[in-house]
Write a protein that binds this ligand. Structure first.
Ligand code: NAD
Length: 349
């Protein structure tokens, strides 16, 4: 295997791996390891160029630094990308070669699932290296979606408390864009609390199910962002808050599970300027990495998971209050708070 370090300012370590026999072309990036080893998923994607993959793994690993810091787990930010099409190029040889690459980082990086990587793939990787997590074992860990949904629900409650002075979601109107694994479970939790739901999804069967189970009203996906509701909850793909949609929002809160909800960084300020309270995506959807972190630490129990997930609401409440006090957008405040957690740890070391 060829192994080439790429010195990039601001990143702890970035390594490019090639194993032509196994078809592996991958980059592992550790952004910051102050709090602990870099931890974050591996994405398999047919990037157009080496530069595109490098840019992605840099951004993703930086994001994991912030996410893990505010998730309260002692891990830094790490991520891996494999240049391949997961539908056609993924072979056991490639996964084993990737596992050897992870192993060669000697514990500086723990890998987990991201798009293109399944739980079975991870089990194979784990058979080669101990530095992989996110598998169900003895009832520990496993499918993160129910945890993520609970964390988002806690975040939605915190936002409603802050914005609407509401003790519960009883009577709150919530539009969920994307009723998949997370969105459907979130719909259930909100419905059980007495919330009124509007749902949208390209999957008509999922929409039908949400309408039947939770008395939700259906709208077209393009209309969800403009629904006349208190809370807009993006739970499909990223980018739903953009220059075109931000002006159409009627909700006073944006709080959902999707990654990268803001298409461009300036949307953070655009939401604030419109008096829309935004729950930063990487804070509200952190339950999956919290589960992985506890699994690595050997501290995973259902009770501990519930306790940690419920803290997501408290963290968001702190972010909302500080954003108001400093007259800054919530996303910028979250990033600053993550950097402070790391700085405190650096000074204490
Ligand atoms: P999922 O694939 O189960 O559900 C996504 C849903 O969105 C599907 O029902 C799909 O039909 C729908 N959808 C896709 N494109 C759409 C469009 N253009 N318009 C309307 N609906 C559309 O995924 P999930 O696991 O529920 O994750 C949802 C989001 O949350 C993703 O952005 C994911 O990255 C993020 N997230 C998930 C987790 C987790 O634990 N699953 C953790 C962190 C972040």
């Amino acid at each position: 295997m060829e192994r080439r370090e790429l010195p990039v300012e601001g990143w702890r370590k970035i390594v490019h791996f090639r194993d032509d026999d196994a078809g592996l072309n991958a980059i592992i990036a550790v952004h910051d390891a102050t709090l602990g080893p870099g931890c974050g998923g591996c994405r398999i994607f047919p990037y157009d160029s080496f530069e595109a993959g490098l840019e992605d793994v840099k951004n993703l690993s930086l994001g994991m630094t912030h996410k893990n810091a505010l998730g309260g787990i002692p891990f830094g930010g790490g991520k891996a990308v494999i240049f391949a099409d997961p539908r056609t190029d993924k072979t056991p040889d490639l996964l084993r070669a990737f596992a050897r690459a992870v192993d060669s980082m000697e514990g500086l990086y723990y890998t987990a699932e991201d798009s293109g990587v399944t739980e079975e793939d991870l089990a194979l990787i784990r058979s080669v290296t101990p530095y992989a997590a996110g598998m169900v074992k003895d009832g520990i860990g496993g499918n993160p979606s129910p945890f993520t949904a609970r964390g988002v629900w806690r975040g939605v409650q915190a936002a409603a408390r802050y914005k609407m002075k509401a003790d519960s979601l009883d009577g709150a109107r919530v539009a969920i864009l994307g009723v998949g694994a997370v969105g459907m479970d979130l719909a259930r939790l909100i419905h059980e609390e007495g919330g009124e739901l509007i749902v949208a999804d390209v999957n008509e069967a999922a929409v039908r199910q949400a309408c039947e189970r939770f008395g939700a009203e259906a709208v077209a996906p393009a209309d969800a962002v403009a629904a006349d509701v208190d809370i807009f909850s993006p739970c499909a793909l990223g980018g739903s808050i953009n220059a075109e949609t931000v002006g159409r929002l009627k909700a006073g809160v944006v709080a959902g599970a999707a990654n990268n909800q803001l298409k461009t960084p300036d949307m953070d300020e655009a939401l604030r300027a419109r008096d829309v309270l935004y729950a930063p995506d990487y804070v509200i959807n952190a339950a999956g990495v919290i589960s992985v972190g506890l699994e690595i630490l050997g501290q995973w129990t259902a009770e501990e998971m519930t306790r940690r997930i419920d803290k997501i609401g408290d963290t968001l409440s702190d972010i909302f209050a500080r954003a108001d006090a400093e007259d800054r957008p919530t996303g910028a405040v979250a990033d600053a708070m993550a950097r402070e957690v790391i700085e405190r740890a650096r000074r204490a070391a």
